[in-house]
Design a protein around this ligand. Sequence first.
Ligand code: DQA
Length: 144
Amino acid sequence: MKQVLLISGPNLNLLGEREPEIYGESTLDDYVTRAESVAAEYGYELIHRQYNDEGSIVEEIQLARNTYLGIIINPGALTHYGWSIHDALAAFEGPVIELHLSNPNARESWRHTSVVAPVATGSIIGLGGYGYELAVHALADALK
Ligand code: DQA
């Protein structure tokens, strides 16, 4: 089966408990389930990995080069300074969708820079859990 990869960065494992006024009360599993069911509509198997450290995310992206058609990534706070993630994504040949639950541009100024955006096919931000569905639609469209 054709596989696509969803990567979740630091602290996203705490969704549901973590700042629910910003991120909502759903868990990461809830969001992944929404993404998986849209992926299935397109005949894709969505594989999800969550890491709290930058190196593991870089390794996952490197491995993805020969395994996955495309990547959806919510890098958490690493979005704003994780240049090794930027470089790893630049070496990935397929489409990359950057995804955020919140709208970082409407928050603290240090969140206004994304080092991932320049190497992403596109970014989906600020739409909460619906963004997980939209990200799969966007990836499938990019893979057409
Ligand atoms: C986030 C936004 C980041 O600024 C933050 O550090 C996160 C979550 C989001 O999905 O809204 O951990 O990526």
